[in-house]
Design a protein around this ligand. Structure first.
Ligand SMILES: Cc1cc2nc3c(=O)[nH]c(=O)nc-3n(C[C@H](O)[C@H](O)[C@H](O)COP(=O)(O)O)c2cc1C
Length: 430
């Protein structure tokens, strides 16, 4: 059996606005309905979690204007955290992960907020920890410049240790609820955290009661060596953007080795690989759909260049599309994503056309065919499951929840029921 999640690539944002099958995407912007429907559908499908990406910047790096950011609405982001209780209220089992930037969120605020959410969701919340980019995001929080890439990960490591020390400030049996004695909690089991680090300090204890998970699930996606070390040390689930079964296997092996070095058992973190299946009633229709998607990409090159500008802090309008791909491997943003573009083609145009961040393996066909391929790839790669990264439309959700998931279940590859009450327990159940 493997685990399944959905990566909402533009978080609580705008999906496929004005496109086919987008429903009321325009007039419903900022409303929870689509995401609530999604949570209900994915729970029906037996998914482990939905992961909501986030950023806190409206970029104007590409051509020095906000035009590309707002033209199709793709960089609009509402804060995903307030959505969490709404999704939880409509469901009973699925895990809900919201993205948190360790560079900007004060540890005490995050520890208290996610302890509260763990209680509200009855143990179904998680945090996707990112170090964030670019400089403009840092400037929104009052910094002059963003912190250097690897240093951000050192800060993130200290940030998590600080947050965990706050989550641990109440011992597991501190809450007594003894009606006879009229005693709510035992003060001798509640301690200050007194965390003293290089970047963060916090006194503690929290003034919240620990939630069912005590430590909400931690997710991580950065693939640079520093990012992998961070994930191996702290994550319960890791998202990998790699290509092909051999790379999937190498990634899982690398994370396992890093986890052992960090004193953890490799089974304590589930590595999920990004996929964007192209599903249709027949193989021919699926191939035609894939060809249409590729043509749409050609028409969308400007938006892709704007996206690359955002995550490297480099204005891509200054490069010729048919010149060799610029070397930006040391950029201060998303290094692993940029390296992945770079190796996808010799020229910028080729790299863009060949690159797919969401596709560890190509999956094109009927739900039955795709389910079979997913099985084969997972056996070969030895990973723990997949993370769907398709645009959030009700049509895509139905294709996955009511087309693909039943085929996976028929093969015994995904759960038919949730065995445990909390997200963490279900994630670590197999
Ligand atoms: C699938 C995926 C999802 C990500 N989600 C976010 C996100 O929500 N917010 C963000 O700021 N960065 C996000 N990132 C970026 C990473 O968390 C990381 O900060 C970035 O890739 C830089 O780290 P790296 O150089 O180790 O790759 C994501 C990356 C990937 C591959």
């Amino acid at each position: 059996m493997f685990h399944m999640g959905w990566f909402l690539g533009t978080g609580f944002g705008v999906y496929n606005w004005n496109g086919q099958w987008s429903g009321n995407a325009g007039s419903d912007v900022g409303r929870p309905g689509l995401f609530v429907d999604m949570a209900v559908s994915l729970e029906r499908a037996g998914f482990d979690y939905m992961m909501l990406e986030d950023s806190s910047v409206l970029p104007n790096i590409y051509k020095g204007t906000f035009e590309s950011s707002v033209h199709d609405g793709g960089t609009i982001r509402f804060d995903p955290v307030p959505l969490v209780p709404l999704l939880a209220a409509a469901t009973r089992h699925i895990g809900i992960i919201a993205t948190v930037a360790t560079t900007f969120y004060p540890p005490f605020l995050a520890a208290r907020l996610f302890s509260t959410l763990d209680n509200i969701t009855e143990g179904r919340v998680g945090l996707n920890l990112v170090t964030a980019s670019p400089h403009q995001a840092a400037q929104n929080y009052g910094l002059d410049q963003h912190v250097e890439h690897d240093e951000r990960y050192l800060m993130a490591d200290e940030w998590v240790r600080c947050v965990k020390s706050l989550w641990d400030s109440w011992e597991p049996d501190a809450v007594v609820l003894d009606e006879h004695k009229g005693l709510f909690a035992d003060h001798t089991k509640i301690h200050t955290a007194d965390f003293e680090g290089r970047w963060f300090r916090s006194r503690g204890p929290l003034n919240t009661v620990p939630g069912p998970q005590r430590h909400p699930v931690i997710c991580q996606a950065g693939g640079s060596p520093a990012g992998r070390d961070f994930g191996a040390a702290h994550a319960d689930t890791i998202i990998a953007a790699v290509r092909g079964a051999a790379e999937m296997k190498a990634y899982r092996d690398d994370i396992s080795a890093r986890m052992i070095a960090a004193g953890r058992d490799p089974s304590e973190a589930k590595v999920l690989f990004l996929i964007a299946p192209v599903l249709a009633d027949t193989k021919e229709e699926a191939l035609a759909k894939q060809a249409r998607q590729q043509r749409a990409k050609e028409e969308n090159i400007e938006a892709i260049l704007a996206g690359m500008s955002y995550f490297t802090s480099t204005d891509f309008s200054r490069y010729d599309l048919d010149e060799p791909f610029p070397d930006l491997s040391g950029n201060n943003g998303h290094r692993s994503t940029m390296n992945d573009y770079q190796r996808s083609g010799t020229t910028l145009r080729e790299a863009i056309m060949n690159h797919t961040v969401q596709e560890s393996v190509e999956l094109v066909g009927t739900p039955d065919e795709v389910a079979g391929r997913m099985d084969e790839y997972m056996v070969e790669a030895g990973g723990d499951g997949y993370l769907v990264a398709m645009p959030v439309t009700r049509k895509n959700i139905t294709e996955i929840a009511d087309g693909l998931a039943p085929e996976l279940r028929k093969r015994g590859l995904i759960r038919s029921e949730y065995e445990h009450p909390t997200f963490r327990q279900n994630l670590l159940a197999y």
